[in-house]
Ligand binder design. Structure first.
Ligand code: APR
Length: 173
């Protein structure tokens, strides 16, 4: 199972996988960070489609096409805004990972790339978010054989180190 996981430093918009996950907001109308990068790389048709989807509640996922991206699909998920950890943030972030994996498999994807959801503008602590990402992915893989590759795309050396450390802890040395 652990051989399906890859941890890299890079730009998610350039990943040659079937589906990339976007850390969106509830409007799905674009934003900054990875959301902005994905919309810029996909082109204006992405916004035309996400406008038709009409929003997405926190913790859920919605599928669109990838347009000019290498990826065939974009899985838009909305992470929780961190507000101290007493507002169900951890459950909602876990839901993002599980619902994104489910949506990708249901669309027919065999490979998926994740950014570090909620750890930028939404200020979720990186280490805790990474632990949630890894545990939910492990749990999903225990019950699914469709996905052949899950890539965690870290946008900087600090995230890369954290992802590598947490991966060892969750998936074993
Ligand atoms: N590729 C991979 N990761 C990226 C990229 C990129 N091109 N750009 C940014 N990141 C990383 C950030 O470094 C951070 O670790 O994605 C992670 C998530 O950060 P944000 O993009 O700020 O997302 P999030 O914290 O979930 O906040 C979402 O920000 O952009 C708006 O519309 C979005 O309102 C929503 C909010």
């Amino acid at each position: 199972m652990k051989e399906k996981i890859r941890i890299i430093e890079g730009d998610i918009t350039q990943q040659p996988v079937d589906a990339i996950v976007n850390a969106a907001n509830t409007t799905l109308l674009g934003g900054g960070g990875v959301d902005g990068a994905i919309h810029r790389a996909a082109g204006p048709q992405l916004l035309e489609e996400t406008r038709q989807i009409g929003g997405c509640p926190t913790g859920e996922a919605r599928v669109s096409k990838g347009y000019r991206l290498p990826a065939r699909w974009v899985i838009h998920t909305v992470g929780p805004v961190w507000s101290g950890g007493h507002r169900n943030e951890e459950v909602l972030l876990a839901n993002c990972y599980r619902n994104s994996l489910r949506a990708a498999v249901d669309a027919g994807a065999r490979s998926i790339a994740f950014p570090s959801i909620s750890t930028g503008a939404y200020r979720f602590p990186l280490e805790r978010a990474t632990e949630i990402a890894m545990r939910e992915t492990k749990r999903f893989l225990e019950g699914d054989d469709a996905l052949k590759e899950i890539v965690f795309v870290c946008f900087g050396p600090e995230a890369l180190t954290t992802y590598q450390n947490v991966f060892q802890r969750v998936f074993g040395g």
